[in-house]
Design a protein around this ligand. Structure first.
Ligand SMILES: Cc1cc2nc3c(=O)[nH]c(=O)nc-3n(C[C@H](O)[C@H](O)[C@H](O)COP(=O)(O)OP(=O)(O)OC[C@H]3O[C@@H](n4cnc5c(N)ncnc54)[C@H](O)[C@@H]3O)c2cc1C
Length: 384
């Protein structure tokens, strides 16, 4: 039992922490306000190797592990979640499916630019009519054998990193047939950006994560080569379940970062702000609020460390990942609410980081599996 970080992990955490404070913090509020994608920050994160953290060096990765990615996400989200979710989605939803399930050709073609951060990839699972119930997928891909091409028709909703100037591809889940028992055969297919018939709608107007990139996508007779099938035909469902299990640990880390950022900002503010002749931090009501926020961030961190440790040890981790995601997202919302309260009226002003934290926290209970879905996973794993 050792929850302390190795020297390498500690050094990574410190360098990402410095980057978040020195490079992200000064400019991110402006991007957030203007709803602009922070290309320059992403470029610098690419140079630091953050997009390659959990990947092997032979594809241009850093040869680190998934826990390293989680530490980086925590430190980024402590300052800003739009940047953190861009990295999380780029790595765990964008590059990871190709890394895990791609052919040698697909890996050689796509991974070097995805792992350097020069390009981004999206993961298109959710549809306008189906999210939690992804088995309901209606997007269809039919193999035109004569042409050697998949013909894709359908649409996807809320897809992260799908419409930036550097988006190279979107991996799309689609129904590729009906099995003898009447169930849908689901597969995943790589659709490069700019393919005719693939349209990216303008960005959504979002409550939070406003400096991240999210679009609805439509596929209208969109043709891609048959070899763009990612992984085995009909294994799409199993593949994305694996990807989402891992992704939950990463989202938990991001949520812990936001929760810890709320503590950081609240401690600072409670020392500066005076009311009734004293700093508000002198009042026990405020001290207890902040102590509870620290308690929540700490326990949620232990939950994601545990899930990541099990994953890296090759042990089952589905339940622990769901617990970490459920707990961390719940306490992130709690901490954002309390941090805003501690900041009073200033907490409602976008120029204060806690206002961003508040707007960014809610999606953590929804994206990559809602809190209800996490409870379903935990209950199923308990045999119910
Ligand atoms: C900013 C943003 C970025 C996103 N990025 C991506 C992305 O990159 N790729 C991608 O594929 N998706 C992405 N998503 C989609 C996200 O994963 C889904 O929104 C999420 O999984 C929930 O699906 P839904 O919105 O369809 O809600 P629904 O599934 O319609 O759920 C609505 C409500 O019903 C509840 N519910 C559903 N079924 C049950 C049940 N059986 N029992 C109890 N309650 C139930 C849900 O928990 C929820 O509260 C993103 C979403 C957002 C907002």
């Amino acid at each position: 039992m050792d929850f302390r970080l190795t020297e390498e992990h500690e050094a990574l955490r410190e360098s990402v922490r410095d980057f978040a404070r020195e490079v992200v913090a000064p400019v991110i509020a402006e991007h957030y306000e203007q709803h602009t994608f922070p290309y320059e920050i992403i470029r610098q994160m690419g140079k630091m190797g953050l997009f390659g953290l959990p990947f092997a060096e032979e594809y241009g990765g850093m040869g680190g592990d998934y826990f390293a990615l989680c530490l980086a996400l925590e430190e980024l989200a402590r300052v800003d979640s739009s940047v953190a979710i861009t990295l999380e989605a780029a790595v765990s939803l964008g590059a990871m499916p190709i890394y895990r399930f791609g052919t040698d050709e697909q890996k050689a073609r796509w991974l070097p630019k995805l792992l350097s951060g020069e390009a981004l990839a999206g993961f298109g699972l959710t549809e306008p009519g189906f999210g939690s119930d992804a088995g309901g997928t209606e997007t269809r891909a039919v193999l035109d054998e004569a042409a050697g091409e998949w013909v894709i028709n359908g649409s996807k909703a809320f897809i992260t990193n799908s419409g930036t100037d550097i988006t190279a591809l979107v991996t799309v889940t689609a129904v590729t047939g009906i099995r003898p028992d009447g169930s849908k055969e689901l597969s995943t297919i790589i659709v490069p950006s700019g393919t005719p018939g693939f349209t990216v709608a303008p960005g959504y107007s979002k409550v939070g994560w406003t400096a991240s990139d999210t679009h609805e996508l439509t596929f209208d007779g969109c043709r891609v080569p048959a070899e763009n099938l990612l992984g085995e035909r009909g294994r799409g469902f199993a593949q994305f379940l694996r990807i989402l299990d891992e992704g939950r640990i990463a989202i938990a880390a991001l949520a812990v970062g936001l929760a810890q950022g709320c503590v950081d900002e609240s401690v600072k503010y409670a020392k500066e702000r005076h009311a009734f002749g004293r700093p508000i931090g002198n009042y026990q009501a405020i001290q207890f609020k902040i102590a509870d926020m620290e308690l929540k961030a700490h326990t949620a961190r232990l939950a994601y460390y545990d899930a990541a440790a099990r994953m890296l040890a090759g042990e089952p981790f589905k339940r622990q990942a769901a617990i970490a995601k459920l707990h961390a997202s719940t306490i992130a919302v709690d901490n954002a609410r309390e941090a805003t309260q501690i900041h009073g009226g200033y907490g409602f002003m976008n120029e204060y980081p806690v206002a961003r934290f508040w707007r960014d926290s809610k999606i953590l209970e929804i994206g990559e599996g809602t809190s209800e879905v996490q409870r379903m996973i935990i209950a199923r794993d308990l045999g119910m």
